[in-house]
Design a protein around this ligand. Structure first.
Ligand SMILES: *Cc1c(COP(=O)(O)O)cnc(C)c1O
Length: 358
């Protein structure tokens, strides 16, 4: 029997990681970031496990509507705000908080017909240079926003950091200084920190923190793993051995004959590939755990299969469980082997992989 790969989702780890965020940032409220299907973990599952968060944040209105449809009664923030009058009306109807990051969005709010009171967050661009009002425009934009009928008083002031994962990079301190200078005299709560900032930049923790990756148990830092900082991995990506065979010295394995056996090699074929979201860039030597024992990949990652060298591993048989990343094999290590970041790996697990709640 051939078992497809599956992603085990440990909901107690999600709750643990939320508690860990509160431990690290005790004074702050937590806006848990659930965009992109909760970083690949399943929006509904994550929303249910994280219902104790002070709010849930998503990138797009479709994600927010899906949360409401799944029964979430949390405060929900649209990180990119509304992109049309129709979206704004939906946001007001469903009580979503909206980000206001551009002049277009400000004008849309000014032109909104009378409706339900909207809670807004306003974004200041302190150097990410993606979304947000520039420092010199900011006070004017905020003044316009608070004058609008139907906008709740005291919008939360937000910025996003570009390099918080690099503690030696002066960019973060510059952004924090620029935020302080531009907002010192203004009312409203503040929100700056993503996961990396929560961990590395205490001054960024303020009224609201916005953790994403760390809730899922992975570390945003270039070195180390989530477990080093008291997090528990939420996703364990598993597959199975579907064939065991021997290749002779000199024979090649897989597409392009890209890997050649230097010696007689016992090999396991494993039921996962890039069609499941296992990164094709994971080169030979990337570890997998076969029956709990580390084995290096050989050959190229195919759509539905990978191959690993199990020479010297006793008792590897068809049906043996394989862990690709998770509880026993840090995703950060796999990301490094594949020249990816953990974010891409968890977000990239494809829809054909069942998420199994455990
Ligand atoms: C995605 C996102 C976050 C969360 O970032 P992590 O690095 O996953 O913690 C926070 N704030 C904004 C605006 C985001 O887009």
């Amino acid at each position: 029997m051939q078992n497809p790969p599956r992603a085990l989702i440990d909901v107690s780890a999600l709750r643990h990681n939320l508690a860990r965020v509160r431990e690290i940032a005790p004074g702050a409220r937590v806006m848990a970031v659930l965009k992109a299907n909760a970083y690949g973990h399943g929006l509904e599952t994550a929303a249910a496990a994280l219902a104790d968060a002070d709010g849930l944040a998503v990138a797009r209105i479709e994600e927010a509507l899906a949360l409401r449809a799944a029964g979430s009664r949390n405060r929900i923030l649209l990180l990119q705000g509304a992109s049309s009058a129709a979206q704004l009306a939906m946001a007001a109807r469903d009580g979503f908080d909206v980000m206001v990051h551009s002049l277009e969005q400000l004008v849309m709010l000014e032109q909104r017909p009378p409706g339900a009171m909207l809670r807004t967050w306003i974004k200041l661009d302190t150097g990410m240079n993606r979304l947000g009002f520039r420092v010199e425009e900011f006070a004017g934009a905020l003044a316009r926003l608070v004058r609008i009928d139907g906008v709740a008083p005291d919008p939360t002031i937000v910025t996003h950091l570009a390099s918080a994962d690099e503690v030696a990079d002066p960019k973060t301190q510059q952004q924090l200084d620029s935020f302080e200078a531009a907002t010192r005299a203004l009312p409203g709560e503040r929100s700056i920190a993503n996961s990396a900032a929560i961990l590395a930049w205490p001054a960024s923790r303020r009224d609201w923190v916005r953790p994403g990756l760390m809730l899922y148990g992975a570390s945003p830092c270039p070195r180390g793993s989530g477990t080093d900082i008291g997090l528990r991995p939420v996703m364990t990506f598993q597959a199975e051995v579907i064939a065991v065979k021997t290749v002779e010295a000199g024979e090649t394995v897989g597409y392009g004959g890209a890997w050649r056996a230097g010696r007689r090699t016992s090999m396991a074929v494993i039921s996962v590939g890039y069609g499941d979201g296992y990164p094709r860039s994971a080169g030979p030597g990337t570890p997998v755990l076969v029956d709990g024992q580390r084995a290096p990949l050989i050959g190229r990652v195919s759509m539905d299969m990978v191959t690993a060298d199990v020479t010297g591993l006793p008792g590897v048989r068809v049906g043996a469980p394989v862990e690709l990343w998770g509880g026993m094999l840090p995703i950060e290590d796999i990301a490094r082997c594949a020249d990816r970041i953990p974010y891409e790996l968890i977000c990239g697990v494809t829809p054909r992989v069942p998420r199994i709640i455990s």
